[in-house]
Design a binder for this molecule. Sequence first.
Ligand SMILES: Cc1cc2nc3c(=O)[nH]c(=O)nc-3n(C[C@H](O)[C@H](O)[C@H](O)COP(=O)(O)O)c2cc1C
Length: 358
Amino acid sequence: MSSFWNDLPQPFFVLAPMEAVTDVVFRQVVRRAGAPDIFFTEFANATGWVHAGDKAIAGRLIKTDDEHPLVAQIWGGEPGDMEQFARHCRELGFDGIDINMGCPAKSAIKSGGAALIRRPDVAVAAIRAAKTAGLPVSVKTRLGYTYADEWRDWLRVLLEQDIVNLTIHLRTKREMSKVPAHYELIDEIVALRDEVAPQTLLTINGDIRDRAHGLELAAQHPGINGIMIGRGVFHDPFCFSKSASGIAEKNLGAKPGPGLFFSDTRTDRELTGLDAPVTASSTEDMSTPHRAELLELLRYHLDLFDEYQPVLERPFETLKRFFKIYIRDFDGAKELRDQLMHTRTTDEARHVLRSGRL
Ligand SMILES: Cc1cc2nc3c(=O)[nH]c(=O)nc-3n(C[C@H](O)[C@H](O)[C@H](O)COP(=O)(O)O)c2cc1C
């Protein structure tokens, strides 16, 4: 099946699905900063939706009509539910379905997410079920459950299913985000893809900072089709832009490593990144125009939060986890952030931004 996936320039860039982050609001922020070629939603549970309807997925599939291409990421361990949910995604107007087979969160691995690495029969059935909706089906997974060398058997199973794209977060479930991504395996994975399913696109994920870093990896490893970036946007929301600011490189050091990014173990502390160290910054490194762009982006985020509040109904507190993305790396940033953390409404936050030492 030919689809938008095959019409993109390569390597294409993808914003990673991130729970409680990449909702309709934040996707629009990233689009304004510098759009990737493909957006994914945060993951949504098929069985929850089948049994409890929209309230079970809490706004995760809300989107605008002009977000294209947009892939709905779904997860679960019941192929029948995957089939129904995939059809629903099609009716909602999504361009593709991605099945999450890598999430390490306890709630997910009871039945889906990374649990499917250990239940390849269910993984295969889930892919078949999702395909019945008629949308292109892709999979996002990890190298294995416990050991990195599981990748060969596991990825072969997935490649044999004729999926349109396989995204590999280059770590095992056990490794979480605690070790550097296994870039050393990329060439062997490309060779396996070429042998088993040359028509399936291959997207790599893990510790990729920005477009320049992604292009560098694609040049080093011919055969990669796509680059997915997640936590890179926390360090530089302009990271997909062709004229990327390079904040990550300038202010955070060039080498990816476990300490560089926020973790994906999904505790709120780690998710917010508010406790993550901001390393080696200096006011000189960050030009004033860039600071102005970041603040403009935060104002846009506040406006979108208000616009979508009637449908998303998110507590204002959930917005605070994003402040560190915009308010950092300049004299007075910490004080300004502290003031913002004490606000209770978007209007109070706007007031602080107007009256802050900027
Ligand atoms: C806060 C957070 C939420 C995440 N939620 C999802 C999710 O819903 N679906 C998914 O497939 N991966 C999820 N991930 C994993 C990312 O998509 C990505 O695979 C991981 O962060 C590694 O890529 P990175 O180093 O570019 O961030 C999440 C990661 C983070 C940090």
